[in-house]
Design a binder for this molecule. Structure first.
Ligand SMILES: [Ca+2]
Ligand SMILES: [Ca+2]
Ligand SMILES: [Ca+2]
Ligand SMILES: [Ca+2]
Ligand SMILES: [Zn+2]
Length: 536
């Protein structure tokens, strides 16, 4: 672009040459900076929270410039909740770049989500410098991953106990005792399934979870470990109900997510994983009314249905969910992904049981120490939510394109041109052209409607021999739409005969930070010679 004004001279046009993604591709440099292959991660295994921490630490020591890992909070049982921050530190700090957030299981029994989180991390790290798109993503964006929110539930589940909620004891059967009667694997087959006993009175089976009546109240396994349903403990349309926590964010796990998200305002897109179904979900979860961003969601939904093979379904009736809070209050485009399960499984329930016959354990006679002759068998809850270990990678690959795209579409703010035009002796018009190179706007419509968006701020600074003539040092834009441009202009007056500089810094909460310099000799009457642009 060239600008020439008839009566005024163009002092300097600084075109930063960034007009599309392809100009920013990083050259492959894996061989220079990083080892070729990380120590192998076994993706044919569900990992305990401690094993997951070891893998994260191992990845950080192998890829120190690409991943930082740290503790972000503690579970009810005091176990560490970790996060990983992925970006090329050499091209800028994580917080200065637009970010996508991946949140693994809120529900402890849905362990597949954590392995997919780890696979996503592994994929990004091992493809940096190999895959151009991954290199560009880690050079220009940040990916945050919380592999597992409900670490207690994850570990209980891997010990055989189906544990959706967190570990805060609740008195499910109102007998004054808390979490006094969880299940046991009575027949030693490694699975907690079910007990049934024929009831002559009703002429049908009585059912209980597999185990003994630990508190001798006549009921088997009626008061399980925990808990509060962490995906009902967020404040949007929270219901005051025992399993939803005493108040929104009452649980240490959800408070951890709240603190992490609200202290990382660069997060522009997010996804939370669940399982038990195969589908995509987006807000609202608590009402069937569309969100202000429904048009955008419809577009993205069609794209992600194509990329993943999942279809969108409105589940509804879910109060106090993470997605409604993240989207509704944090200016983030948020999705929920139901990774695996019988609901919406292609071919339906019948096909699911055909593909995963171990989801149903054949009933076997068993002599129960309290109930006498019973049968043990039926649904194996773990398989209704998680694929076999041999299929973890296959399910991860299914969703990977959508995860990558959620990183791709974030807003991305760049100063694409900076002009200093002398409009009178010593008086300069400074004009910054600011582009949002990303697909998404710098604010959601929900954030604009609720006045919770942060504006894009362009701020000018300059050398001591210059002064601002126009009104505001910072010019704000409520929003810069995706693939659109905004213009900020200032006037400065420069005195002296040495040199002057002008710097423009643009800060967008969701679109990152960029800055550009113009550096020029004085007096300006010397004409156009000797201009020396600088930029960092
Ligand atoms: Ca109880
Ligand atoms: Ca069993
Ligand atoms: Ca009992
Ligand atoms: Ca009881
Ligand atoms: Zn869930």
């Amino acid at each position: 672009m060239f600008l020439f004004l008839l009566t005024f001279r163009v002092l300097y046009i600084f075109d930063l040459g960034i007009s599309e993604h392809t100009t920013q591709l990083a050259s492959p440099r894996n061989d220079l900076l990083f080892p070729q292959v990380i120590s192998e991660i076994n993706f044919q295994k569900y990992h305990t929270s401690n094993e997951t921490i070891s893998i994260l630490q191992n990845l950080q020591s192998t890829y120190p410039t690409l991943i930082q890992t740290y503790v972000i909070g503690y579970s009810f049982e005091g176990k560490q909740i970790w996060a990983a921050e992925l970006t090329n530190q050499l091209t800028g700090a994580a917080l200065t770049k637009p970010a996508m957030l991946f949140v693994g299981p809120h529900h402890g029994n849905e362990v597949i989500g954590k392995e997919i989180a780890m696979y996503f991390i592994y994929y990004l790290l091992t493809n940096y410098g190999v895959n151009e798109n991954v290199s560009r993503i880690l050079d220009t964006k940040t990916v945050y991953v919380i592999p597992c929110v409900n670490v207690d539930g994850n570990d209980w589940t891997l010990e055989g106990l189906y544990q959706r909620c967190n570990s805060r004891p609740l008195d499910d059967d109102s007998d004054g005792l808390f979490s006094e009667d969880p299940g046991e694997d009575l027949d030693g087959d490694g699975k907690i399934t079910n007990i049934r006993k024929w009831n002559e009175t009703i002429n049908y089976w009585d059912y209980w979870p597999e185990g003994i009546d630990s508190d001798m109240d006549g009921l088997c396994n009626e008061d399980w470990i925990g808990g509060v349903d962490l995906n009902r403990n967020y404040p949007v349309d929270w219901l005051n109900y025992s399993g939803h926590g005493q108040y929104p964010f009452s649980e240490p796990e959800t408070a951890t997510v709240r603190d992490f998200v609200s202290s990382h305002p660069n997060i522009a897109t997010a996804i939370e994983t669940h399982s038990g179904a195969c589908c995509l979900i987006y807000p609202w979860a608590y009402t069937s009314s569309p969100t202000p961003d429904n048009q955008l969601y419809l577009t993205l939904r069609a794209k992600y249905e194509g990329l993943t093979g999942y279809t969108y379904h409105f589940i509804g009736g879910c109060h106090g969910t993470s997605d409604d809070w993240i989207y509704g209050t944090q200016n983030v485009i948020d999705f929920t992904m139901e990774l695996f399960g019988t609901a919406f499984y292609p071919g339906g329930w019948t096909q699911f049981y055909e593909d995963y016959p171990d989801a149903e354990v054949p009933w076997q006679n068993f002599s129960h120490p309290q109930l006498g002759e019973v049968q043990i068998g039926g649904w194996w809850a773990f398989r209704l939510y998680n694929p076999p270990e041999s299929e973890i990678e296959q399910w991860a690959l299914k969703v990977l394109p959508m995860l990558i795209d959620l990183v791709d579409i974030t807003p991305e703010i760049k100063i694409v041109q900076l002009e200093a035009i002398e409009i009178d002796a010593g008086l300069f018009n400074i004009s910054a052209t600011i582009s949002n190179l990303g697909f998404l706007d710098t604010a959601t419509l929900q954030a604009l409607q609720t006045h919770t968006n942060k504006p894009v701020n362009a701020t000018i600074s300059f050398s001591a021999n210059a002064e601002l003539v126009s009104a505001n040092q910072t010019i704000s834009f409520a929003v810069i739409k995706g693939n659109k441009t905004a213009n900020a202009q200032w006037q400065i007056r420069v005195t002296g005969d040495d040199y002057a500089w002008v710097k423009v810094t643009v800060v967008s909460a969701k679109g990152g930070v960029d800055e550009a310099f113009v550096f020029f000799n004085l007096p300006s009457s010397a004409g156009l010679a000797g201009r020396r642009p600088m930029m960092n």
